[in-house]
Design a protein around this ligand. Structure first.
Ligand SMILES: *Cc1c(COP(=O)(O)O)cnc(C)c1O
Length: 480
């Protein structure tokens, strides 16, 4: 399997890369996002042959074509097994029917940090560590988080000798549970940094590190946010998992996905490109509804980000959307690169009528404000006895507005555990959801965090210093 950039052809025609290289790079050098040059195909008979497999074996079969020669079969099986052993249930992603409504919740939050990002990051951390160990290399992850990504990435790479992680978050602007899930990890390779600034400031700091090419090469900087194709790959698996349980390949299935960066729903699109019979997708948005407006009008226009009860969807520029646009631009990387440059400077991107008509056959979109979110949490609890988090609540509500065919099961992706967002859930239901037992003492654990002013030179100096300190003892530890 070879990978190309969504902007290939815009700066010459670089050689397609293998899986390890795109996993380590994250973002392509031309500014685009990597994806496979063609999708692996699963025939109806091959999909039928996957029925009844456990989650880890299914994961192996679905992902095998993507990794190619990067791992031998035994190693890849072991990495997958270890990644999903960290989940609370061997099912990894339990599928729960909501009465006889035809709606189903796919619970993706049983990993170590209680959000769906663990499904991909637990595996990515192990794949990175394996590849770096084999190559005798070290990499440095620099990332910015407004909440869920930070803890999932930290938990995925803690205690690894091959990786250091520097995670920036806006001081005083993440929830206490989210902050503690990061700062109570005391592993020596984990560096939590509370920045005096906003999430955007944090993201600008991280980007500035990547844009300093000498700095980037000196520390082998790596990105593990959802632009990394390895994360998309790992998320494809649970679309197969849910569809197989609901009668695929003989019966089609629909999915509703609460969306921010469009990574999760794009993984579903990829599953469909591979042959999985998915009838359509519903994209769920909160009041930050740029995606919903796009699917209605064919025009993408950015506006101000407003804070909501579903903070992981408080996003105006959905980075993964570029991968879908690549297909809407007939896989012409040069034309897409032009459109993206214009979008960055004007804040507007428009696709043609034909492209819009095509995409609307497959995608519906809906939005839900904060009042609707609380009402949806209460409604789900009252009708079905299930407590859902505010992100899942967006999906639950818009799924019901966009059932195209009552005979087709509708799967709503449950992206976070309700205890991760206890304030909103308590407001909606009158009851504060309890953290799972293994996280029960989170609020009593010791924290370690560094403060930093909003200054990229100060950040670079900190990273230089920490890396020098980490490597120095190893050099002087020579026996005499
Ligand atoms: C990250 C996140 C989302 C958004 O996922 P995307 O892949 O960015 O669309 C939704 N819900 C929760 C709980 C998240 O953590």
């Amino acid at each position: 399997m070879r990978y190309i950039s969504t902007r290939h052809g815009s700066q010459g025609n670089p050689q397609p890369l293998g899986f390890e290289d795109i996993m380590l790079a994250g973002l392509a050098r031309d500014g685009g996002l990597y994806l496979p040059s063609e999708w692996p195909q699963f025939s109806k008979a091959e999909i039928a042959g996957l029925k009844g497999l456990g989650y880890t074996e299914l994961a192996f079969r679905v992902m095998r074509p993507f990794v190619g020669e990067a791992f031998d079969e035994a190693t890849f099986r072991r990495l997958i097994g270890e990644a999903y052993a960290s989940f609370e249930t061997p099912e990894v992603a339990p599928l729960k029917p909501l009465g006889d409504s035809g709606l189903h919740l796919l619970e993706l939050f049983h990993g170590p940090t209680l959000a769906f990002k663990d499904v991909a990051l637990q595996l990515l951390g192990r794949m990175l560590d394996h590849t770096l160990t084999v190559r005798g290399q070290h990499a440095t992850i620099v990332g910015a988080t407004s909440g869920d990504t930070g803890s999932a990435a930290i938990e995925a790479v803690r205690d690894r000798k091959t990786i250091d992680i520097f995670m920036l978050f806006p001081k005083g602007r993440v929830s206490e549970v989210q902050r503690r899930q990061m700062t109570t990890v005391l592993a020596p390779n984990v560096h939590n940094i509370a920045v005096q600034g906003t999430f955007d400031d944090c993201q600008d700091l991280a980007k500035a590190c990547f844009n300093d090419l000498a700095f980037r090469d000196r520390h082998a900087l790596t990105a593990v946010n959802s632009i990394n194709f390895a994360r998309v790959m790992a998320q494809i698996v649970y679309y197969f998992w849910a569809a197989l349980k609901l009668g695929a390949p003989e019966r089609p299935v629909a999915f509703t996905v609460p969306s921010g960066n469009f990574g999760n729903v794009y993984a579903g699109y990829a599953a469909r490109q591979m042959g999985l019979p998915i009838s359509h997708f519903v994209v769920g948005a909160n009041s930050n509804d740029i995606l919903a407006r796009f699917f209605e009008s064919g025009t993408m226009t950015t506006s101000e980000v407003v804070p909501t009860f579903s903070p992981s969807m408080d996003i105006q520029i959905s980075s993964n959307f570029e991968r879908l646009l690549f297909d809407l631009y007939d896989r012409n990387g040069a034309t897409l690169a032009d459109a993206m440059t214009t979008f960055r400077s004007t804040g507007t991107l428009k696709v043609g009528a034909n492209a819009l008509a095509g995409v609307r056959q497959l995608f519906d979109a809906g939005r839900l404000d904060d009042a609707g979110t609380l009402a949806a949490i209460a409604d789900c609890r009252r009708r079905f006895g299930e407590t859902i988090d505010p992100h899942t609540a967006v999906g639950y509500a818009v799924a019901q507005q966009h059932r195209r065919d009552a005979s087709i099961p509708m799967v709503v992706l449950a992206t976070a555990h309700p205890a991760k967002f206890p304030d909103a859930v308590e407001k909606a239901t009158g009851e504060r959801p309890a953290l799972p037992a293994r996280l029960g003492d989170l609020l009593d654990r010791a924290e370690r965090v560094d403060g930093l002013r909003n200054d990229v030179e100060a950040l670079k100096a900190m990273i230089d210093e920490r890396r020098a300190a980490a490597t120095a003892p190893a050099r002087t530890k020579v026996r005499t």
